[in-house]
Design a protein around this ligand. Structure first.
Ligand code: NDP
Length: 389
């Protein structure tokens, strides 16, 4: 049996992961299941999958969770220490599906404990790509991309030399505001931003898809995962969300990865790696689809993308800063403190304020430095939000 832990089990990726595990139950032994505040779901899944331990990231919910699982024999933990304890347990594979920078430490610890990491939490690679790669190398474990675009690139690269890659094209649906004007977007509400035309995902990533902050994080993630230069990464708006990424090789060949917008493909690929296995995803009927559309993203409409390429050029710890500032700006937009377009402005100002500090050398890429930069980004972003109130 494969020993597996699922971090962020109560979220969209976590639930899709458990769906696949449920269909192949005899193959897996659940080590740790973690969630946040959705105790109802966490308890339901814990009772169904009987993991060795269950963690709520919210310490205040510890007693309630413990009461709910009384007599089940499942160990109950809470807070950051609980997440670390869960990550330190021996597992063959860990699904990193916590949202935000909070997913960084559990993912790192799981790799340090010897688990291959199925990586949905893109923020880990954005904030600490060098550290993640160094840890994977030292511990001889794999980073298996779960973001559909990066899984697509990873699959297109199987059996290929990285040195023969000319370019990588990441596709973006364009999110909720693809057909809106800049003037309309300026007054968009969180509810409008949280509606995705093609994918069903968590609220935060859905809003990030509307601003293209999600694609921006993916640009940085792609640079880290596949050691790309900024000039090798392109983004195209592809409204159908059927082609997830395209890899261009030095002989002019383009290898595209196609599939329905269903995360269970990328998750299933990571769970079963290096083998392929039947997955319960819809098979594409190309005659039904008929055609695919592509266009260049408008950088005035999606300033987050322009900033991401600056971060890719800057390197160092600028990714940690970018992500932290983005998370605070997103919180402020969700709470209606700032307007939709203010998010990118806040991130830009935070980057400008810390330009020299963020550009640290790779050997300074300790977890402490990353977390320090993350904190700095949050403090400065809150100050920028306050100026707009
Ligand atoms: P969700 O918001 O649906 O779920 C997030 C999970 O993290 C939940 O289990 C939540 O708990 C938990 N969580 C929230 N805050 C914390 C915290 N501070 N500490 C520990 N756990 C916490 O997110 P998604 O599933 O949409 O996304 C997860 C990750 O995967 C993100 O990094 C996202 O960018 C990435 N991703 C997601 C895709 C998708 O299709 N959804 C596609 C590709 C990548 P609770 O809900 O119980 O509070």
């Amino acid at each position: 049996m494969k020993r597996i832990s699922v971090f962020g089990a109560t979220g969209s990726v976590g639930q899709n992961t458990l769906d696949l595990i449920r269909r192949d139950r005899q193959k897996y032994h659940l080590v740790s299941l973690t969630g946040g505040q959705n105790l109802e779901l966490l308890v339901r899944d814990a009772l169904e999958f009987s993991p060795e331990c269950v963690v709520t990231a919210d310490e205040a919910m510890y007693h309630e969770l413990k009461d709910c699982l009384q007599g089940s024999g499942i160990e109950v933990l809470a807070g950051r220490s609980g997440l670390i304890d869960a990550a330190d347990r021996s597992a063959e594979l860990a699904m990193s599906a916590i949202v935000g920078a909070a997913g960084l430490e559990p993912g790192l610890r799981a790799m340090q404990a010897g688990a291959h990491l199925a990586l949905a939490n893109k923020e880990s690679m954005v904030a600490a790509g060098a550290l993640m790669k160094k840890t994977a190398l030292e511990k001889n474990v794999r980073l298996l991309p779960v973001d559909s675009e990066h899984s697509a690139v990873f699959q297109a690269l199987r059996g290929e030399e990285l040195s023969t890659v000319e370019r990588v094209i990441l596709t973006a649906s364009g999110g909720a505001f693809r057909d809106w004007t800049l003037k309309e977007i300026a007054t968009a509400t969180p509810e409008q931003a949280a509606t995705h035309p093609n994918w069903e995902m968590g609220k935060r990533i859905t809003i990030d898809s509307a601003s293209l902050f999600n694609k921006s994080l993916e640009v940085i993630e792609a640079k880290e995962l596949f050691d790309l230069k900024p000039s090798q990464i392109e983004v195209l708006i592809h409204p159908q969300s059927m082609i997830h990424a395209i890899v261009g090789f030095c002989d002019g060949a383009l290898m595209a990865h196609l599939g329905p917008p269903d995360m269970r493909h990328a998750i299933g690929f990571a769970l079963n790696f290096p083998k392929r296995q039947n997955l319960p995803v819809k098979r594409l009927d190309l005659t039904e689809i008929g055609h695919f559309d592509f266009s260049e993203p408008d950088l005035d409409k999606y300033p987050a993308l322009r900033l991401a390429f600056q971060v890719v050029e800057l390197g160092g710890l600028s990714g940690a800063l970018y992500n932290a500032a983005k998370e605070i700006a997103l919180d402020a937009f969700i709470c209606r403190e700032i307007a939709f377009l203010d998010m990118a402005q806040i991130v830009e100002r935070v980057l400008e304020r810390n330009f020299s500090m963020s550009n640290k050398e790779v050997d300074q890429f300790s977890l402490e430095n990353v977390l320090m930069m993350d904190q700095m980004g949050r403090i400065h972003a809150r100050e920028e939000v306050a100026k707009l109130l």
